[in-house]
Design a protein around this ligand. Sequence first.
Ligand code: C2E
Ligand code: CA
Ligand code: CA
Ligand code: CA
Length: 279
Amino acid sequence: VKMEGRNGLRFFSQDMQEHSLRALEIASSLKQADMDREFHMVFQPQMSIADGRFVGAEALLRWVHPVWGNVSPGEFIPIAEQSGRILEIGTWVLRHVAHQMRQWRDAGLGDFSVAVNLSALQFVQTDMVKNIIETVARAGIPSRCIEVELTETVALNNPIAAGQAISALRNAGFLVSIDDFGTGYSSMSYLKRFAVDKLKIDQSFVRELGKDADDRAIVSAIVQMAHSLGMKTIAEGVETEQQLAILKEKACDEIQGYLYSKPLPADVFEQFLRDCRQQ
Ligand code: C2E
Ligand code: CA
Ligand code: CA
Ligand code: CA
């Protein structure tokens, strides 16, 4: 920073100020947000590579601000984590998804699992597992219908508590997967410590699969390692037939991405489910 001289420094700090002003605005809007009005979930279908069938979905949060319109979760989730609001948001998300799943099951469409993202702060709450079990039981759906996605950083802040929470969730019948696998600093030690059901291969390894031999080697290694540890793999951000063909060759189990489907609003996703059943 020193090397940049006075102007560079001033420019940098002005940039930071604008950045944190926006963050403050988002934080205060989040505090006031009427979640039932402004939030909704979208559902992105996941496909089995072997037979091209629908196997599950990831639930992703959407925030439509009354003035700003759509605010990306990539922007507001980290801010909600800092302010602590993520705890209420996380509770809202799980309750909402469990309730939605109940409706689909009642309609005979709910024979799959839906993944929800858990934030780091949620994960270190002592009553987290109990809350998840209760919320899902109250909605009247089996725990195997809910998959919990964790990132590597979530668990590594407090590995002992995280290990216990992961086993407790799996013992209660929930599926557990590691999100953005391969992007953290200790992916391997994570695998040694925590038994999970599935690794989600991060988009950054998938994007250039067609061009980059290193990415092909990394994906192949992740899949082989996962399989020898008894885990499944799903590749994220799959957009092309070429990527799919390579993933199939590398024996990856499932894909999620625009090639199969974008994240869909609940009513469109429901129609997707009905279309699947007719095939
Ligand atoms: P993520 O969990 O890694 O979710 C995958 C992201 O990739 C989603 O972005 C999804 O829309 C996007 N995506 C899916 N297929 C493709 C594709 O083929 N190409 C490309 N380029 N992108 C694709 P989204 O919905 O904007 O979410 C961003 C992040 O926000 C998520 O990353 C997750 O970390 C966080 N997030 C979203 N919903 C929730 C939530 O309910 N709770 C928590 N704690 N975090 C959430
Ligand atoms: Ca995720
Ligand atoms: Ca991910
Ligand atoms: Ca991510």
